[in-house]
Design a protein around this ligand. Structure first.
Ligand code: AMP
Ligand code: GLY
Length: 423
C-alpha cells in the first residue's frame, strides 16, 4: 500500500513511526512532515491545509489511504474532497468535524442526546453574554465557538475576568471569526483525562486510556498549552469507568451523530472531567491528541493500518487492537517562552545520544533544518517518549532522554506522570 499522512507535528511523527512498521505498507509519504519524520517517510512539500495540492498529489501517486492528523484540513472538508475523487481517507467529513470546529454544535449535540457535560448557553450578542455572566457568577468558562488553536477557552475565576474574555473574543475579535459566537459554561472541577475511540460511524473501538498535562508549569500552574506531556495508561480511568465512558458518552455521541444525519468516521477524542468517579465531557476533538498519540502509539502492539482502513471503509466490526502490557510517558520539550513568544532557529544538541536509549523515541514537533542542523521552529519542539514496565520506569526512561537533549532556553515540565504515581 501507499499511505499519505497529512501534518507535520509530533502526532504525525508518531503516526508515521507506527504506520511505517506495518507489513502492508510499501511507501509512506508525509505532507509536509518534519526532520524527524524524514527519517521514516518521504516528506512532500505541501502544507496540511493545501487541500487542492494534496488531492492532486494523492491522485497522481495513486495513494491507497490518506490519514489526516490535524483538525484544520478536516474542518475545511479534506475528507469530502478525497472521497468525491474516489480515494480512501481516514477522518471525519466536514459536517462531522464540526464536533471540534464549533463548540455550539458540540454542546447542542450533547444536550440533544443526553451526554453528560457542563451546563451552558450560546450567545452571539455581547451584552446578553455579559448579562448571563453577571447572573451566573464565577468561576465560569468562556469559549470562542470556532477553532482557536487550543487558545479560545478562558477559565475565569472572577466575573470581571469572564467579561474581559467576552470583550476580547467578541469586540476585539482576538480569534477572528471563531469568536462571532461564544459558549459560556459551568466551571467543572475534577481530574481531566483523554479518551479516544476509532469508529466507522457505527462500530466503536476504544483505545487505551491516557492523560495530558495542559498547563505550562509543574503542578498545573501557568497558562494552558497544546499539551506539555502525556502518559498511558491513566489509572484515573478504571476498567469500570472505561465501560461507563463508552456507554454514556462515546456510544451516544457516535449514535447521535449518525441519527442527526452526519455520521462520524475516524478517531473521536473526548476530553473528560472526572469528579467522584463520574465522567463529563469538556470538549470533543476530531483527531488524535497531541501529545497523547505519542505514548498511545508506542503502546500499540498490533498493526494500526487495518484499523485505519476499516474505519475509512465502514467495516470496523471485526477489528481489534492489542496493547503492550507496558506504560509509556511523553515529555514535551518546548521553546522557552511558549505558549507566548519565543526565539526560533536555535540548534538542538544531543539527539543522537538520546536515539541510543532503548525503548525511547524522540518524536519531532516544531523542528526544522538550518544549515544541516536540527533547530527549534515551534512552541512544542520534541516529544521524548519512553516505554517501561511501569509508569515509574517509563517516566525514568523519558527523562533519561530529556537529560541528553538541550538548546538555549529549553523548557519542559519535571512532573509528567506524577498524577499516576500519586494514585
Ligand atoms: P477545551 O479547549 O474546551 O479543551 O478547553 C481547554 C481547557 O480548559 C480544558 O482542557 C480544561 O482544562 C479547561 N476547561 C474547559 N472547559 C472547562 C469547564 N467547563 N470547566 C473547567 N475547566 C474547563
Ligand atoms: N493534547 C490536546 C490536544 O491534542 O488537543
Amino acid at each position: 500500500m501507499k499511505i499519505l499522512v497529512v501534518g507535520g507535528g509530533g502526532r504525525e511523527h508518531a503516526l508515521c513511526w507506527k504506520i511505517g512498521q506495518s507489513p502492508l505498507v510499501d511507501t509512506l509519504y508525509c505532507a509536509p512532515g518534519n526532520p524527524g519524520i524524514a527519517e521514516l517517510a518521504e516528506c512532500v512539500h505541501i502544507g496540511a491545509d493545501e487541500i487542492d495540492a494534496l488531492l492532486d498529489f494523492a491522485l497522481a501517486e495513486k495513494i491507497d489511504l490518506t490519514v489526516v492528523g490535524p483538525e484544520v484540513p478536516l474542518t475545511m472538508g479534506i475528507v469530502d474532497r478525497f472521497q468525491a475523487a474516489g480515494l480512501d481517507i481516514f477522518g471525519p467529513n466536514q459536517a462531522a468535524a464540526q464536533i471540534e470546529g464549533s463548540k455550539g454544535f458540540s454542546k447542542d449535540l450533547m444536550a440533544r442526546h443526553h451526554i453528560p457535560t457542563a451546563a451552558y448557553q450560546s450567545f452571539t450578542d455581547r451584552d446578553q453574554a455579559v448579562a448571563y455572566i453577571k447572573q451566573q457568577g464565577a468561576p465560569i468558562v468562556v469559549k470562542a465557538d470556532g477553532l482557536a488553536a487550543g487558545k479560545g477557552v478562558i477559565v475565569a475565576m472572577t466575573k470581571s475576568e469572564a467579561i474581559a474574555g467576552i470583550d476580547d473574543i467578541m469586540l476585539d475579535k482576538v480569534f477572528g471569526t471563531a469568536g462571532s459566537s461564544v459558549v459560556i459554561e459551568e466551571f467543572m472541577e475534577g481530574e481531566e483525562a483523554s479518551f479516544f475511540a476509532f469508529t466507522d460511524g457505527k462500530n466503536i473501538l476504544p483505545l487505551a486510556s491516557s492523560q495530558d498535562h495542559k498547563r505550562v508549569f509543574d503542578e498545573d500552574e501557568g497558562p494552558n498549552t497544546g499539551g506539555m506531556g502525556a502518559y498511558s495508561p491513566a489509572p484515573v480511568v478504571t476498567p469500570q469507568l472505561h465501560d461507563e465512558i463508552v456507554a454514556t458518552i462515546v456510544k451516544p455521541t457516535i449514535d447521535g451523530m449518525a441519527d442527526d444525519g452526519h455520521p462520524y468516521v475516524g478517531i473521536l477524542y473526548v476530553g473528560l472531567m472526572i469528579k467522584d468517579g463520574k465522567p463529563r465531557v469538556v470538549e470533543y476533538n476530531a483527531r488524535f491528541g497531541d501529545p497523547e498519540a505519542q505514548p498511545l502509539l508506542m503502546r500499540m502492539k498490533s498493526d494500526i493500518v487495518p484499523v485505519l482502513q476499516a474505519c475509512a471503509r465502514g467495516n470496523l466490526a471485526a477489528s481489534s487492537i492489542e496493547w503492550h502490557d507496558k506504560a509509556a510517558v511523553c515529555v514535551v520539550m518546548a521553546s522557552g517562552g511558549y505558549p507566548a513568544g519565543f526565539e526560533k532557529g536555535l540548534p538542538i544538541s544531543g539527539l543522537e545520544d538520546a536515539a541510543q536509549i532503548n525503548g525511547l523515541m524522540v518524536f519531532h514537533a516544531g523542528t526544522t533544518l538550518k544549515d544541516g542542523a536540527v533547530v527549534n521552529n515551534g512552541g512544542r519542539v520534541l516529544g521524548v517518549t519512553g516505554l517501561g514496565d511501569t509508569v515509574a520506569s517509563a517516566i525514568n526512561r523519558a527523562y533519561q532522554g530529556v537529560a541528553k537533549i538541550s538548546w538555549k532556553n529549553v523548557h519542559f515540565r519535571k512532573d509528567i506522570g506524577q498524577k499516576a504515581l500519586n494514585r
